[in-house]
Design a protein around this ligand. Structure first.
Ligand code: NDP
Length: 287
């Protein structure tokens, strides 16, 4: 068997085009353009690439990009003051802080300062709590993008045995909640998990976000399983490699995401989707 490829690039493009069409409709009806503020502190090169890609994505979607790049020595109080200003600005619908931040900045205090109604990354404890209590209003972009991709397979998630490998706040834990809300039966694995290969081999659906190249071996995959690889690892020779041994896994899986061109493009598209939701569709009462 050779798996069908879940083409994140194509699905993300489709989503971005539908967002652009909606923005054009809303603007023609007199509504404002969605405004997205990406706050970056310092000059981490990988972050600079992400921020530039977000800027380009904003322009293509017809959003106002109100990003702020602050010098590395910016203080915690200065970042908080900027967030207060953006929270109060009606033309700004989404605010995110590009992680990682320099060591003297406390990311938790920063994230909690963003209004939950503008928290388009879905990292604020209010939004995590809403997702955990099955009343999501803003879901973290990468796991929610995975759900959009899974919908494209046409496969019902209800009742599937799912294994999520990785338990971070931005990937594994919200992925667990998203899948649980669709009534999958979910096992979450992390660095202290025993018999990982055995657990993965039981799964109808495997989502991997660990950050170790090809850690999940292809021959662990149950025949016909869906494999979603969130991992992005840059190798010494410049290649991008996922956390799953793709070439072998694709001979076992029914569907599989490639790296690059899988989950990666969905994250920015979902960020735009969340921001558009705030601009036009969300009645958020959180303080
Ligand atoms: P983190 O380092 O925050 O989390 C890694 C997780 O993997 C932790 O839960 C850790 O366990 C677990 N882990 C580590 N070693 C093992 C092991 N041997 N077996 C099982 N689990 C293990 O990483 P992120 O969640 O931020 O990112 C994970 C990957 O996803 C990275 O490659 C990153 O680049 C990629 N990523 C891709 C995105 C995209 O847009 N496609 C977006 C975000 C991330 P423990 O909790 O015990 O420490």
């Amino acid at each position: 068997m050779s798996a069908k490829i879940l083409d994140g690039k194509a699905i993300a493009l489709e989503l971005r085009e539908s967002i652009r069409a909606e923005v054009d409709r809303q603007v023609a009806a007199g509504k404002p353009r969605p405004g997205l503020a990406v706050i970056m502190v310092g000059d981490d090169p990988a972050s600079a690439v992400y921020v530039r890609n977000k800027k380009i994505a904003c322009e293509k979607a017809g959003f106002n990009d109100v990003s702020e790049v602050l010098p590395a020595q910016t203080t915690q109080q200065e970042v908080l003051a900027l967030i207060d200003k953006l929270n109060a600005d009606e033309s700004v619908h989404g605010i995110i802080v590009q992680l990682p931040v320099p060591a003297h900045i406390d990311p938790e205090e920063i994230i909690e300062r963003i209004s939950p109604c503008k928290d388009v990354d879905g990292f604020h404890p209010y939004n995590v709590g809403r997702l955990a209590t099955r009343m999501p209003i803003m879901a973290p972009c990468t796991p929610h993008g995975v759900m959009t991709m899974l919908a494209k397979t046409g496969i019902q998630l209800r009742g599937l045995d799912a294994v999520v490998v990785g338990a971070s706040n931005i990937v594994g834990v919200p992925q667990l909640l998203e899948l649980l809300n669709e009534r999958a039966t979910v096992t979450v694995c992390h660095s202290a998990t025993k018999n990982l290969a055995h657990k993965v081999a039981q799964a109808d659906l495997v989502v991997v976000g660990v950050g170790i190249p090809e850690m999940v071996k292809g021959d662990w995959i149950k025949p016909g399983a869906i494999v979603i690889d969130v991992g992005i690892n840059r190798m010494d020779d410049g290649r991008l490699v996922g956390d799953v041994e793709f070439e072998v896994a694709k001979e076992h899986a029914s569907w599989i995401t490639p790296v690059p061109g899988g989950v990666g493009p969905m994250t920015i598209a979902t960020l735009l989707e969340n921001t558009m939701k705030v601009a036009y569709h969300l009645d958020c009462k959180a303080k």
